[in-house]
Design a protein around this ligand. Structure first.
Ligand SMILES: [Zn+2]
Length: 196
């Protein structure tokens, strides 16, 4: 599964940077559109759930298919929209306990604790990906300095990468969805699947 910009035109990888793979990650083969994955219902910060039906691509070489999850939905195998999860992570970086963050977001405490743990566990991965992308988007950009925690450093780097991407490409997506594309879904990991 890949987190991609909401409406990448053309075939994956054909239109520049979209978060979609340009070739099969397994064998390097050509990808073709291949129907749709199952419908997902995503809970936004408020209001009714959003219906999302991700497109799928299939490798012409090895036959493996991949789900392209739109960035507005954003986080593979989680039912909450990416701005909700992002807000929880920011709350944690500000030093708020997960119970308080959960209450503010009206989500179960165990769910919020899980998000914070997962993101903290891959904070360095997120930071490295974000710094690399920010440098590719803006060669003159200074790398962000440390803010005192791995997750804080990761979110700061993500913020810099989002800003650099928007400066370079224009408003291709809202900030949190863009952060989800850059970080492979904030919470990863993203196993290869035949269908999901
Ligand atoms: Zn393949």
């Amino acid at each position: 599964m890949f987190v991609v910009l909401d409406s990448p035109p053309g075939l994956p990888g054909s239109s520049g940077w979209s978060g979609a793979p340009s070739a099969c990650p397994g064998c390097g083969g050509r990808l073709r559109w291949w129907g749709y994955a199952r419908v997902r219902w995503i809970r936004a910060r408020s209001g009714p759930p959003l219906r999302v039906r991700p497109r799928r691509v299939r490798c012409a070489g090895c036959g493996v298919s991949h789900v392209l999850l739109p960035a507005s939905a954003g986080v593979p195998r989680h039912a909450d929209a990416v701005p909700v999860i992002g807000a929880a992570l920011l709350g944690a970086v500000r030093g708020h306990g997960y119970r308080r963050v959960a209450a503010e977001l009206d989500r179960p405490a165990s769910t919020v604790r899980g998000w914070i743990r997962r993101a903290t566990g891959r904070a360095e991965l997120i930071r490295v990906q974000a710094v690399r992308l920010a440098a590719a988007m803006d060669v003159l950009l200074d790398p962000p300095g440390p803010v005192g925690s791995p997750l804080g450093d990761a979110l700061q780097a993500l913020g810099a990468a989002v800003a650099a991407t928007i400066r370079r490409l224009g408003p291709v997506a809202a900030p949190w969805p863009l952060a989800a594309v850059i970080s492979a879904g904030l919470l990863g990991p993203l196993p290869r699947t035949r269908s999901s």
